[in-house]
Design a protein around this ligand. Structure first.
Ligand code: F0G
Length: 387
């Protein structure tokens, strides 16, 4: 492992070439010229307008997907991790630790590798998607599987950090949310203002909090979602939006503590990324909901998988099951008529579908196997050509 970190050139030195979100938004992030920037050029993900689904929903709305699966490790976690690991290195940390349902561990492992520091990850045994596990392993982190769930891991990590020289990079680390808030800046830049609604999955509730902090700062507004205002400068003078969106947070029915108003002891869902029963940022998520006039809703595993397939097969966008709940929930609310006609809605698609190949394969048509002969192929084509 390298023993020191090479200084990364700033955006200016790169002649305008995109070098990640810390360089782009350093005027709105708690970094200084001396902060070592540990970046994989995360952020700047595409905002894709959905073409077919709005029509299928029967409503006159514009729906955009902010495809966070196109970050370097395949999820939105890279936004928070570039900040958390940069600040950890700045503070002299030699090791970071996180509990994870998979994506945080993949991002922590990658950014720690880039920084040349050690990474420990606690994951629930047998409950993380294959792609995420392969990332944590391949980037050389110390992977600790626990016979317990994410909530157990989260509790243990916070206890361990009190006695061991490890820096926690879960979203209890305020720098994580600072990095993740940049998604709101990008949406506003793309649309010219905030959308009417912003829908996203809610697990540990850090991301909805971060979205809301980003939107609030951008509109020059206060929010109770910012838990560590003393450590963070006041970025509200960077007003780039006239308004804030209504926030829609969706949880899986088997792991819906915020919807139910009480912790869930044994959370279960096919969307393993959000298999969480006692979210750390619960109160901040409620602040986002209250201040935005939004709501929380739940979707069954069937609804989640249906939305994942719809996105893949009608829009060409492959996201992981947890991400698809943004759309699943939105379609439900569109059906109920709770979202006004003519609205603009952004759905955060938090992670790439390739993260969880097992779930994708299990719900798809099996490949056809035929002899390597022209006739056999022709027959299959005949059967499948549109009539
Ligand atoms: N979507 C995906 C793909 C996730 O990985 C997560 C969280 C969420 C949504 C929910 O975000 O926790 O901020 O409310 N994954 C964490 C992890 C818990 O360990 O990777 P949240």
């Amino acid at each position: 492992m390298p023993s020191c970190v090479n200084p990364v050139p700033s955006a200016q030195e790169n002649m305008g070439h995109y070098t990640g979100l810390i360089d782009k938004y350093r005027d709105r992030l708690p970094v200084s010229a001396d902060t070592p920037v540990i970046s994989l050029n995360e952020g700047a993900t595409p905002l894709i307008e959905l073409r077919n689904l709005p029509r299928l929903s029967g409503r006159n709305v514009r729906i955009y997907a902010k495809f966070e699966g196109l970050n370097p490790t395949g999820s939105f976690k890279d936004r928070g991790m570039t900040m958390a690991v940069s600040k950890a290195v700045e503070a002299g940390a030699k090791a970071v630790i996180c509990a994870s349902t998979g994506n945080t561990s993949a991002a922590a492992a990658a950014y720690a590798a880039r920084a040349g520091i050690t990474c420990f990850v606690l994951i629930p045994e047998g409950k993380i998607a294959l792609g995420k596990l392969s990332q944590a392993m391949m980037h050389g982190s110390v992977v600790i599987q626990i016979r317990g769930n994410f909530d157990d891991g989260m509790r243990l990590v916070q206890e361990i950090a009190r006695t061991m020289p490890v820096n926690v990079v879960n979203s209890v680390n305020p720098y994580r949310l600072q990095g993740q808030k940049t998604i709101a800046f990008e949406v506003i830049e793309a649309l010219g203002d905030a959308p009417d609604y912003h829908a996203l999955p809610v697990g540990n509730a850090g991301n909805i909090t971060a979205h809301w902090i980003g939107y609030s700062e951008s509109a020059g507004a206060d929010t109770l979602a910012l838990r560590h205002p003393e450590g963070m400068r006041d970025y509200r003078r960077h007003k780039i939006a006239e308004r804030r969106p209504i926030m829609l947070g969706y949880q899986a029915s088997g792991a819906a503590p915020i919807v139910r108003g009480r912790p869930v002891e044994n959370p279960e869902t096919v969307a393993t990324a959000i298999r969480i029963g006692n979210p750390v940022s619960w109160q901040q998520a409620l602040a986002a909901q209250h201040e935005s006039g939004g709501w929380f809703g739940e979707c069954t595993d069937e609804e989640i998988l249906h939305a994942q397939k719809l996105l893949a097969q009608t829009e060409g966008i492959f996201c992981e099951p947890a991400s698809a709940i943004s759309l699943a929930g939105l379609l439900k609310d569109l059906g109920l008529g709770t979202i006004g006609e003519g609205s603009t809605i952004v759905c955060t698609l938090t992670g790439h579908g390739l993260k969880d190949p097992d779930t994708a394969i299990a719900q798809s048509a099996k490949p056809l196997t035929v002899d390597a002969e022209l006739k056999a192929i022709e027959q299959v084509i005949q059967q499948h050509l549109p009539k």
